[in-house]
Design a protein around this ligand. Structure first.
Ligand code: ATR
Length: 289
């Protein structure tokens, strides 16, 4: 084979995703489509790993010669202690979603935040430099996204959270990386007056509670960009209300596709076939939603 895969392995490429639960993950369908599209022999399998077996499962990645795995809920934080090396971003964010196996040396990366930002730039805001961004939520997903957004030199990122201290603590921790402010949800209305982009990282509005909304939609200024990390449903109540106010909207599907695209590129050294990956996930979602 003439393709450079950046990995000297004989036999098919072994990939997978570890989580608990895992049956509903769309990662297998997305990565299987990607492998076929670039004609790489290999498989990407769902791996149901209970928390008490995580150590053995990671040992299994080495023992079985997996080239890499994705890691999802509830293992993204606990897996960090089991790896040989951590990418700097993953270390700062405090979570790993992608592991690369280089001849038995396991390195952890976080592609969630960079995947989200790549999708936001391609689909809604090509240049984030100088923008004022309001992020709702300060949990694990927010950390990944805010870390990646800070690399884009925005004018300011305001993090509003139900528990204000979590947002303030995060702003303090990363004060050296950019202009970051933490506050409570009572500051959302005032913060939105100057915002160019609003991003929901909370789970409010996710299936099955699809009519829930994380804030009063009347506060959304006309014409800004509103983004939601949720992709089930593809159009959340927040995005529906934003669209009615003439806002440009951006769903969480792109983040899912691009976190997978970065992982695929780390494992194979090949450009990820994102159009085909998106089509495969959409087809699968349409079959089950
Ligand atoms: P994830 O890894 O998906 O970000 P998480 O770490 O549990 O999950 O974080 C969830 C975030 O959504 C938190 O910021 C949480 O606020 P708290 O820090 O106050 O818990 C926020 N969140 C979850 N449910 C919420 C709700 N019903 N209203 C407002 N914020 C909510």
């Amino acid at each position: 084979m003439s393709k450079e895969i950046g990995y000297s392995s004989s036999g098919p490429l072994l990939l997978g995703v570890m989580g608990d639960p895992i049956a509903h993950s769309k990662s297998p369908v997305m990565h299987e489509a990607a492998l076929r599209a670039v004609s790489l022999p290999g498989s990407y399998v769902p791996l149901h790993v209970k928390p008490e077996y995580l150590t053995q499962a990671i040992e299994g990645v080495r023992a079985l010669g997996f080239r890499g795995v994705n890691v999802t809920v509830p293992h993204k934080v606990n897996v960090m202690d089991l790896l040989d090396e951590l990418d700097e971003g993953a270390r700062r964010i405090g979570a790993v979603n992608t592991i690369v196996n280089n001849n038995g040396v396991l390195t952890g990366y976080n592609t969630d935040g960079i995947g989200y930002v790549r999708s936001l730039k391609e689909e809604a805001v090509p240049d984030l430099k100088g923008k004022t961004i309001l992020v709702l939520g300060a949990g694990g997903a927010a950390r990944g996204i805010i870390h990646a957004l800070l690399q884009e030199s925005p004018a300011q990122i305001i993090v509003a959270n139900r528990t204000p201290d979590t947002a303030k603590q995060l702003a303090g921790e990363w004060s050296g990386l950019g202009n970051l402010i933490g506050c409570g949800n009572d500051s959302i209305e005032a913060s939105l007056k100057n915002a160019d982009v609003l991003i929901n990282t909370t789970s409010v509005g996710m299936h099955p509670a699809v009519s829930d909304i994380p804030m009063n939609p009347e506060w959304i200024p006309e014409g800004i960009v509103v983004s939601d990390l949720i992709y089930n449903p593809l159009q959340t109540e927040l995005l529906r209300q934003a669209e009615a106010r003439g806002c440009r909207t951006h769903s969480g599907l792109g983040m899912f596709i691009y976190q997978g695209a970065y992982a695929f590129e780390y494992w194979t050294g090949l450009e990820a076939p994102v159009v085909l990956m998106r089509e495969a996930v959409l087809r699968s979602l349409q079959g089950t939603l």
